[in-house]
Design a protein around this ligand. Sequence first.
Ligand code: PLP
Length: 442
Amino acid sequence: MSATQRRSLPDRRRSREIFAKAEKVLVGGVNSPVRAFRAVGGEPLIIEKGSGQHLYDADGNALLDYVCSWGAILLGHAHPAVSAAIADQAQRGTSFGVTTELELELATLITIAMPFLEKVRFVSSGTEATMSAVRLARGITKRDFIVKFQGCYHGHADSFLSQAGSGLATLGIAECPGVPQALAALTLNVPYNDLNAVEQIFAQHKDKIAAVIVEPVAANMGVVLPRDGFLKGLREITRKHGALLIIDEVITGFRLHYGSAQQIFGVQGDLTTMGKIIGGGVPVAAYAGRAEFMDHVAPLGPVYQAGTLAGNPLAMRAGIATLKELSKPGLYEGLNALAKNLAAGLQKALKDAGIAAQVNSIGSLSTIFFASQPVTDYTGAKRSDTKLYARFFRDMLQRGIFLAPSQFEAAFVSASHTSADIDRTISAAADALQAIAAQPSA
Ligand SMILES: *Cc1c(COP(=O)(O)O)cnc(C)c1O
């Protein structure tokens, strides 16, 4: 499709009406801020259903989906095996408030895929997983400070809301009102990929740091890869100072291969958090580690954490069905090969249009940063031209392609995407970028 053939989504009337009504009863019309599309302009989507790689809005427009529920949907929408498992469980009951064999089954699948984990505790959101892992690290070490990296996002618990990525980066919220100063002061932020800064902070707060928490591939300031030796360096520094290393795999767990990013980078954290993919689009998350650490959690230990719906059978069935599908041979090879073609195609389209940008990618994660220098940390990510990103986003959406509605989020390819989808995306991007280059200030 050439630039001249660019069409608007034919009719958005019903979506518009629904959103206008939603704004009256839901804060900002949404239940999670980035869904309001504030950073990119245009109208928020109202989705009626999803199937495979496509979403269908309330007006029946099809969209090729690269948001995939922020990475939770790896198999594609309404995957038959996952939908069947959920439907079957719905007939048997959705929550019992006591243990089922299903929890054992999902925990076993996870510990087989990530053999360095011995025990798992299921919770219902990534936020709960990271919040609980930090509490556990503090309980074990009897220390109060935590170190996190600027631009990393670990959910919305109070301790993580300073200089965070994801929606806070999108909305430009550096510090969140409502977080007590005394608590915020216990979170130490350092630049991603900067081991010297980590060393310094440990020197300044000797024997007071409970844990370092990190995304092994940062994917909430846009995708930023760990430098060679960065994660191993964190392992050495935390060990030397008696602090725990929490690897937040809420996005990366089962994203890059059938297992963790830790296995790819040859590093093992003391605690691992997961979410998104392990629930296959239903609320499931977990924190896990060796028994010597996890046994501090109640009822075995004094570090309290609980959940009425934690490990509920509906969620477990969705997770089990998802992991079983993901473990089929060749799935990740195919997915990662497609995503590699996408990244290469976008790179070429940018070059052909003469637009300075960086395509950061690994596996099925990628981000186009409209920045002239390589992006290796939050400062670099924030140098991007977010107006240009917004224009690119809107142009792609009009071509029926749904990218992340923020410069500071990843694009996710799913196992349902086809090479025809990738070709179509690259050619749409080429047209959009040529139009931008021809009229930079439009
Ligand atoms: C999404 C995310 C979280 C938070 O998970 P929720 O389920 O949204 O609470 C935590 N850490 C990382 C790395 C994430 O990407």
